[in-house]
Design a protein around this ligand. Sequence first.
Ligand SMILES: Cc1ncc(COP(=O)(O)O)c(C=O)c1O
Length: 375
Amino acid sequence: MSEKKLHSAFNVPERILLGPGPSNMPPSVSQALAMPVIGHLDPIFLQVMDEVQGMLRQLFQTKNRLTIPVSGTGSAGMEAALSNFIEPGDRVLIGVIGYFGERMVAMAERYGAEVHRLEVPWGQALDLDEVKAALGKHKYKFLAVVHGETSSGVRQPQIAELAAAAHQHGALFILDTVASLGGVPVETDAWDVDVAFSGSQKALSASPGLAPITIGPRAEEALAKRKTQVGNWYLSLGEVQKYWGGERTYHHTAPVQLNYALHEALRLALDEGLEARYARHQHNAETLWSGLEALDMEMLVARENRLATVTSVRVPPSASHDHVKNSLLNDYGIEIGAGLGQLKGQIWRIGLMGHSSQRKYVSLVLAALREILSG
Ligand SMILES: Cc1ncc(COP(=O)(O)O)c(C=O)c1O
């Protein structure tokens, strides 16, 4: 006789998400997620899709026709951005200023690229002259860099200059905006970025699971000229676009509710106003930096290169990385991020992204840190 096992329904506690993502979702975004599933070709859903595309163009500050959320997290955006522009044997140049630059290298190698990396110690940004020198040495298909490097808290400056340098040498320019879009300015057209991709769960404060991407005219042309098939079926933009664009032909079932949530999150961002939103992120980050310095804590990144959405602070010699992080979570309900890779155990990462970028959370995390560090 088979025994029927009953599972109890699970519950999750409320957390204040001050890590490097995901961030807290505004209540109306959570409500959007709970709306009924409808067919992915239902006219109402097609309207949601059209509006999402229009609002994404505003967030990316672009007129690019091909601007959509691909299914999957930020890494799917990265994989789409790389796989659609690599043909086996292509030489590509990737800026590695932290963990996510490394991930781009790992992905590009899997698609058969000859990858050249331009590396700096984590906590620093790429130097424009060094990038120019590297671009002059070989012919590259593209230059890819990370705008907001979440592993170190660096905002790469001079994006327009980097894009111009890539174009002067006949290379496309690809930008990872997973940790920047919606929190710090991303000016796709003004900076002449060919491909930018992001994630839904960071400064946009939607749920994890969608990766906005935008493809400019130069990149569309490169895609059309490919001699080989894109090495990834699911993220092949030419095919995916037939569903998002005019033809509306089935490619894969869209994650319907994730798109409702993204729609609501984008609507809120535009309702707040992009300039006001960037100012809020910058102001709250600066308040956090001053508060950490007042606690005698040392920042990893020089002020001019700090990312407003993620702050890296060194673990003081007298403190235990794990104890502080665990105490914040268990005693205060606050999640912060651990150091990754080279910086494991050496830094904490405090995210102030989207709905989590609030003055009251800055005060709370500073007060909690003061209590924990003073024992
Ligand atoms: C800069 C950057 N790129 C890419 C990713 C990958 O995104 P995901 O974890 O959503 O796949 C992240 C995630 O933290 C990121 O911060």
